[in-house]
Design a binder for this molecule. Structure first.
Ligand code: HEM
Length: 247
């Protein structure tokens, strides 16, 4: 049962991730945004957002090394398991704490600032729940592992790599401790819903924002909504016509 789970769940999440992004890109380009709430509040956003995003870059780097680089390779360049563990725990904890503190500020802002709270959809709430779950369970693994109790590079990491070579080794994940399994399950659920949330901005921000036509905000007033002036607001005589793909 659990081996079936560790063989199928990652591919289901991956399929949803890839096909979902293609579907969203083709059908909802004007919705392809962070749905920024900076206009409502910027002080807390200025603190929370960089802390969260730079922390996440650190966590991402740590995951690339920990999951993608085999233990034999780091040993071959003279990094002992003990030294590797010290580096990974210290840098991982620092990056993990930054990202959790950043998300804490962003969530506090979402709850405490009425306009931001009102701009929060049910979809956002599910996304924040899974994101917070992924971060907290990840941190739980790192902190409970400070004294070298479990070497995930012998199970979780080869399980992860084998998924890409299409030689799944589900038994490796099935024998990992429960907290590691929980982390990966929450992460897979997050990947599965990713394309249907505001997280799609990861593939465009900030570079893509420079090249796309500006987003048109239309009045909800029914009399104005039908007006041609609003319907074609993004086509101006000076600007080249927007690529049809985008409109
Ligand atoms: C399938 C993909 C993933 C796997 C297999 C995985 C596995 C792991 C493992 C084994 C650890 C413990 C690292 C250590 O103690 O040195 C960890 C930590 C952590 N994970 Fe993940 N993870 C995945 C994706 C993610 C994602 C997408 C996020 C963020 C949204 C995340 C957030 C964290 C955090 C914050 C930590 C603690 C800090 C750190 O060590 O970097 N993980 N993860």
């Amino acid at each position: 049962m659990t081996t079936t789970l560790w063989m199928t769940a990652p591919y289901i999440a991956f399929t949803s991730f890839v096909l979902g992004h293609i579907w969203r890109y083709r059908n909802d380009q004007f919705g392809w945004t962070t749905r920024s709430s900076q206009i409502y509040e910027s002080r807390l956003l200025r603190m929370g957002s960089p802390l969260f995003h730079f922390g996440l870059l650190g966590v991402f780097g740590g995951h690339v090394v920990g999951l993608m680089i085999p233990q034999t390779w780091t040993a071959a360049v003279g990094i002992s398991e003990h030294v590797y563990h010290l580096m990974s725990v210290s840098m991982g904890s620092l990056a993990g704490l930054a990202v959790i503190a950043g998300l804490g500020i962003l969530l506090y802002r979402r709850v405490k600032v009425p306009a931001v709270r009102q701009a929060t959809t049910r979809n956002d709430k599910l996304m924040y729940l899974l994101l917070a779950g992924a971060l907290l369970t990840g941190m739980l693994n790192t902190l409970t592992n400070v004294f070298d109790t479990y070497n995930y590079r012998e199970t979780v990491s080869p399980w992860f790599r084998n998924l890409f070579t299409l030689h799944p080794a589900p038994h490796l994940m099935a024998e990992a401790p429960f907290t590691f399994q929980l982390h990966v399950l929450v992460v897979l659920a997050l990947f599965a819903i990713w394309p249907y949330t505001r997280l799609v901005h990861m593939f465009s921000a900030p570079v893509g924002y420079l090249f796309r036509p500006f987003v048109v905000y239309r009045s909800r007033d029914p009399q104005r909504a039908g007006s041609h002036r609003y319907a074609k607001a993004w086509v101006t005589p000076e600007a080249p016509p927007a690529r049809s793909r985008w409109v």
